[in-house]
Design a binder for this molecule. Structure first.
Ligand SMILES: [Zn+2]
Ligand SMILES: [Zn+2]
Length: 442
């Protein structure tokens, strides 16, 4: 990890890769390293923020350690039963913030990390995250997904100065959170393929070294996957490390390509729909794991379709813009204007651009097929999710067949990112596959 944090200068891709993350401590008793880290960072007073659960999981141990080391701190504990990273939670953070503090220490996983990362950025004060669960890949992220105006929006934020992952704390985290972290890591399979697809088809920038870094973290996690349910130190360590490396890999290339593709777009789409209907949120990684399974199925259907370059060149060129807009307004509701704006700016569905892509797809069809066939089978993905004890089927997390169908069709409109979803749209197959898969998985 220390080597990785140094970055890659003069990489084979022609760029240099750096991260603002300075320290990562993953080990038993890592919390007791916090006083040393405070000293190394030259920090004088900590602002500890947690919620009721994470205070119990690690917050109390942390403040005891700070007390024993004679390090002054102020603290704020959210008392919400289900903390949401929205304006209200951000407001309370600021109301309680003690301006005498020169470092924020957030104790938690997803939500607390998102809140602290954003406040840290806005206040210009570094922060340390003390992880309580290996549940998602946002620990080293540079952006914060927040819910503002009832919409999930990604904001620029700050990478933590340090990540402290105490394996004794992680070992006590709820089983569904560990399964979720594992699901998030499974998504790296399809994210990697999407990135390479776009490189083949659109000439998008690609870095083999960064992709390999992510891939080896994924492999190490898979190798120890059987030990995750028994929470062995080695398995928790490799999972946590892979989750952190996801964030580092993203800062290395300055976008989310190494760690996020169609599976994340589906997960975001589902999350939006949960928000619209005021339903209980589902862990990010749980959704990503299930979405990965669906995306691998899409790839399998494409390989089995037996298309050839001539079929691709002969594809009809039509697109009903009005019908598409009606559908976008139906599925995205209050989020529709943003989605329509993105399309106006990016022209993802522009017929001329599609025709140009189809030429390249036909030309490189062998390479594309070879790339897709490097994915593990869908049956293996579902086996892995189930083995770690996570929900594996969309119905288990409250998704309906219609919602899965719509998500496969329209999740690609959330971002201007070329993925398997856009490739299938280019090939005129997306609608039929969305229908087929929505049936198969229920
Ligand atoms: Zn590179
Ligand atoms: Zn993720």
């Amino acid at each position: 990890m220390e080597e990785i944090l140094k970055g890659l200068s003069a990489c084979s891709c022609g760029r240099s890769h750096t991260t603002d993350l300075k320290k990562v401590v993953i080990k038993n008793g890592a919390l007791s390293e916090v006083p040393r880290l405070m000293q190394e960072g030259g920090f004088k007073r900590a602002f500890v923020v947690a919620d009721q659960n994470t205070e119990r999981a690690g917050g109390r141990a942390l403040t005891r350690i700070l007390n024993e080391a004679g390090i002054p701190y102020s603290a704020f504990i959210y008392l919400d039963r289900e903390l949401v990273p929205d304006e209200q939670a951000l407001g309370r953070f600021l109301v309680h913030f003690d301006p005498k503090c020169d470092v924020i220490i957030a104790v938690g996983s997803g939500t607390l990390n998102d809140l602290a990362r954003f406040v840290s950025f806005r206040l210009g004060i570094p922060y340390i995250i003390a992880a309580t669960a290996p549940s998602m890949d946002g620990y080293a992220s540079t952006v914060a997904p927040l819910i503002t105006n009832s919409m999930k929006t990604t904001y620029t934020a700050k990478t933590p100065w340090a990540i402290v992952a105490d394996l004794d704390v992680l070992a006590e985290s709820p089983p569904d959170m560990i399964a979720a972290g594992f699901g998030d890591i499974l998504g790296k399979f399809t994210a990697a393929i999407d990135w390479q697809l776009s490189t083949l088809i659109n000439g998008e920038y690609y870095c083999e070294e960064v992709a390999a870094l992510m891939r080896s973290a994924l492999d190490r996690t898979l190798a120890l996957q059987n030990d995750l349910t028994s929470r062995s130190n080695a398995a928790l360590h490799s999972l946590m490390e892979a989750l952190i490396i996801s964030g580092i890999a993203m800062s290395f290339v300055g976008n989310s390509r190494p760690a996020s593709g169609a599976e994340h777009h589906l997960a975001h789409y589902w999350e939006m729909q949960y928000l619209f209907s005021g339903r209980q949120p589902v862990l990010h990684g749980t959704k990503v794991g299930i979405a990965t399974w669906l995306v691998v199925k899409l790839h399998e259907h494409l390989l089995n379709a037996g298309l050839g370059p001539d079929d691709i060149r002969a594809l009809p060129r039509q697109f009903d813009q009005e019908e598409w807009e009606r559908e976008i307004r139906r599925v995205y509701r209050q989020g529709a204007p943003e989605v329509l704006h993105l399309e106006a700016a990016s022209g993802k569905n522009d017929l001329q651009k599609r025709a140009e892509r189809l030429q390249i797809i036909a030309q490189r069809w062998d390479e594309i097929q070879k790339l897709i066939s490097s994915l593990p089978p869908a049956a293996e993905i579902i086996r892995l999710i189930t083995a770690v004890g996570g929900p594996a089927y969309p119905g288990e997390i409250g998704l309906t067949q219609d919602l899965v169908h719509d998500s496969l069709l329209y999740a690609k409109e959330l971002r201007n990112r070329y993925t398997i979803l856009q490739l299938l749209w280019d090939l005129g197959l997306l609608e039929a596959y969305a229908e087929r898969i929505a049936e198969e998985v229920f």
